[in-house]
Write a protein that binds this ligand. Structure first.
Ligand code: HSE
Length: 298
C-alpha cells in the first residue's frame, strides 16, 4: 500500500507575523512516496534532488513520522521516498514540506486517526530538528492550506484564515544557503514597545484585510519593523529589490521565512508577471544566480 503526494512550499512570517503567519503555495513543492513495509521500522529509502541525511533520526521526515507513530503506539513500518524540488535553506519551507508531507501521507495510509490540525505537532518535530525551534508557521499552512495563524504555541492553537482569490506570490531565491538556525541567531531577543505596537497593529490589519477582501490594506500591512531590519542584511540587495517590486506594482514585499528568499504579494497574474520580470532583470544585471517562482496561494 503506497501513496504519492505533493508536499507544498510555504511562505512563513509574511512580514508582520513572525513565527505565527504563513501561507501555502499552489505549484511549488516536493513529491513524496510513502509505502507501508513489513519491517516495523521507518526507513528513508530514497532522496532525489538534494544531499540530505538518510538516517531516520537525522531526517526531518523520519522524526516527524516517528512522532506520529509513537503517539499511536503503532509498530507499522514505512518506507519514505522524497524528490526534493525545494532547496534546503531557501526560506520557503523545505523542511516543513518534508515534515508535513510525511505525516499527511502516513495518516491517510492509516485511515486518518488524526485531523489535519492534530498532525501539526508531529510535523513540528521535523522543524525542531531542522532549526532547533519547533515553529509551526510553515508546517501549519503546508497541512491546512491557504493562510494560517498560530494563535498560541502553548497550548498549540492554529487558525485557518480566508485568502484573497486574486493574490499571486512571486518568490525570488538568491542561490545562497541560509540556515534557519543562523538567521534566527541574528534576531534580537528584546523588542521596544514602539515596534511591538507597530507589529500588532499591522498583524491585526492584515487579518482584517483577508476577511474584508481588501487588497490595499493587505499590502499596507505587510510591514515588519522587528525582524526584517536585521535579517535583510543577509540578503543581497534586499532594499533595491523591495523598491523595484513596489514600483512594479506589488502590494507588499518582504523576507520569505528566514530567507534568503524574498516574496512579493501581487494582485492578479499580470501584475505578478511584471514584478517577476523586474526582480529577474535586476539580479541578472548584478550577476546573482537565483530561482524564481510565481504561484497562487492554495
Ligand atoms: N518563522 C521562522 C523564522 C520560519 O523566520 O525563523 C523559518 O522558515
Amino acid at each position: 500500500e503506497e501513496l504519492k503526494i505533493f508536499a507544498p512550499a510555504t511562505v512563513a512570517n509574511l512580514s508582520c507575523g513572525f513565527d505565527v503567519l504563513g501561507c501555502c503555495l499552489e505549484n511549488v513543492g516536493d513529491e513524496m512516496i510513502i509505502r507501508k513495509n513489513e519491517l516495523n521500522t521507518i526507513r528513508i529509502t530514497k532522496i532525489l534532488g538534494q544531499e540530505l541525511p538518510m538516517e531516520t533520526e537525522m531526517n526531518v521526515a523520519g522524526v516527524s513520522a516517528m512522532a506520529l507513530l509513537q503517539q499511536l503506539k503503532s509498530s507499522q513500518g514505512f518506507d519514505i521516498e522524497i524528490t526534493k524540488n525545494i532547496k534546503a535553506g531557501s526560506g520557503i519551507g523545505s523542511s516543513a514540506a518534508s515534515s508535513a508531507g510525511v505525516v499527511f501521507a502516513i495518516n491517510k495510509l492509516l485511515d486518518e486517526p488524526f485531523t489535519p490540525h492534530q498532525l501539526i505537532p508531529f510535523a513540528m518535530e521535523g522543524e525542531r530538528l531542522a532549526s532547533g525551534n519547533p515553529h509551526a508557521d510553515n508546517v501549519a499552512p503546508a497541512l491546512l492550506g491557504g493562510f494560517t495563524l498560530v494563535k498560541s504555541y502553548e497550548p498549540l492553537e492554529v487558525l485557518s484564515l480566508p485568502s484573497l482569490p486574486e493574490l499571486r506570490v512571486v518568490v525570488l531565491h538568491p542561490l545562497i544557503e541560509l540556515k534557519t538556525k543562523d538567521s534566527r541567531a541574528v534576531i534580537r531577543q528584546q523588542v521596544s514597545l514602539k515596534s511591538a505596537i507597530s507589529q500588532w497593529g499591522n498583524l491585526g490589519a492584515l487579518v482584517s484585510a483577508l476577511y474584508e477582501k481588501d487588497y490595499d490594506l493587505f499590502g499596507r500591512s505587510l510591514v515588519d519593523e522587528i525582524v526584517e531590519p536585521v535579517r535583510s542584511i543577509l540578503i543581497p540587495f534586499f532594499h533595491e529589490l523591495k523598491q523595484i517590486a513596489l514600483e512594479k506594482g506589488a502590494l507588499g514585499f518582504g523576507i520569505s521565512g528566514s530567507g534568503p528568499s524574498v516574496y512579493a504579494m501581487c494582485r492578479g497574474e499580470e501584475s505578478a508577471e511584471k514584478v517577476k520580470i523586474g526582480l529577474q532583470e535586476f539580479y541578472q544585471q548584478k550577476a546573482i544566480d537565483f530561482d524564481l517562482h510565481l504561484s497562487k496561494i492554495n
